[in-house]
Design a protein around this ligand. Structure first.
Ligand code: SF4
Ligand code: SF4
Length: 127
């Protein structure tokens, strides 16, 4: 991923239209495993090459609704694979390539965000 939407989300719909890669699904969407809005980790690029900061967090009115997650890179392949099994994520299954985990297709991420801030799910708006 990248960024993750938490239970603080009030489903206001402000974030999804701002995403340059259409990575955000509304609640109730068949590919959304949560009951709030959801960022597809296999699609989110942390807005790298699109904006200076995550556009979803800039649009979000709710403190703590969008937090940092781990980079979508091979280093975190097991992290995403296990959380996908747990049902926390619903990673896309490609007909030929299988599950689109980081080892199949890694994504860009903002290198300046520390691993400590990612592990502690810090509020994206604080950066
Ligand atoms: S950080 Fe950028 S790419 Fe990722 S979900 Fe938010 S708007 Fe989309
Ligand atoms: S902008 Fe924030 S509160 Fe609104 S739907 Fe997106 S994550 Fe939820």
């Amino acid at each position: 991923m990248a960024v993750r939407i938490t239970e603080e989300c009030i489903s206001c719909e402000a974030c999804a239209p701002e995403c340059p890669v259409a990575a955000i699904l509304e609640d109730g969407h068949e590919k959304n495993p949560t009951d709030v809005f959801y960022v597809k980790p296999e699609s989110c690029v942390e807005c790298v090459d699109h904006a200076d900061a995550p556009r979803c967090a800039e649009a979000c009115p709710t403190e703590g609704a969008i937090v940092w997650d781990m980079p979508y890179t091979t280093d975190f392949n097991d992290y995403y694979a296990s959380k996908n099994e747990e049902g926390i994520y619903k990673i896309r299954e490609h007909k030929k390539k299988g599950l689109m985990l980081p080892e199949v297709k890694a994504q860009k991420f903002i290198a300046d965000i520390s691993m400590a801030d990612r592990e502690s799910a810090s509020n994206v708006q604080d950066f």
